[in-house]
Design a binder for this molecule. Structure first.
Ligand SMILES: [Zn+2]
Length: 203
């Protein structure tokens, strides 16, 4: 019963993860009811943000320059690298305000059954990053903050194998203690993350 232009807007909004037909139709209708001025500003802000935002050359998090705020901050330890799957996992850990290292966003986890292989992730970039840090010859720690799954196990096994093959020795820890057996970074609260980070152990 809705006009076709509203239905096509709603289809576009459905491109966002986690938005179903009902929510996308509601958002379309709400968008059409804000003032012309607010609507224009919203479109401009969307365009500006989209054109300004890129991904950090070092870690893959959101940035407005070559490096993100975390990688360019002198108060962060570049030799401590927390491995996450998605940019939103960085936000989860940052909310805990305890972590002072840096990150590496893999974008995907290796999953041969879904045709996702190492080259579809940023593991190569991670290895290059570790190689160049190694030139300074002080210890490097990789902290695993990945949801429990076969794909994360396959990804970690691959990372370990490549590092071994390249003779890059790093300490690898995981945030296991205090976390539920099967966890997802998206659903953890800050207090649990703080405990898990403090009690991390060798992976
Ligand atoms: Zn960065």
């Amino acid at each position: 019963m809705l006009p076709s232009s509203i239905l096509s807007l709603s289809e576009k909004i459905k491109l966002l993860p986690g938005i179903g037909t009902k929510s996308s139709q509601k958002m379309s209708i709400d968008l059409l009811q804000i003032s012309d001025l607010d609507f224009k500003e919203l479109i401009l802000t969307l365009q500006n943000t989209r054109s300004k935002i890129r991904f950090c050359k070092n870690c893959g998090f959101f940035a407005e320059k070559n490096l993100c705020e975390i990688c360019s901050s002198e108060s962060r330890n570049p030799r401590q690298i927390c491995i996450v799957e998605k940019v939103t996992d960085v936000i989860s850990l940052e909310k805990s305000e305890i972590y002072k290292g840096t990150y590496h966003v893999l974008n995907r986890l290796i999953s041969p059954l879904d045709n996702v292989f190492a080259q579809d992730t940023t593991i190569n970039e991670l290895v290059e990053r570790i190689s160049s840090l190694k030139k300074k010859n002080s210890p490097i720690e990789l902290i695993l903050f990945l949801k429990s799954s076969f794909s994360s196990d396959a990804t970690v096994a691959y990372i370990k194998e490549v590092l071994k093959h390249k003779k890059l020795s790093v300490s690898i820890t995981k945030m296991a203690q205090g976390l539920p057996l099967c966890y997802n970074p998206d659903t953890l609260d800050s207090a649990t993350i703080v405990r898990a980070l403090e009690d991390r152990r060798k992976a």
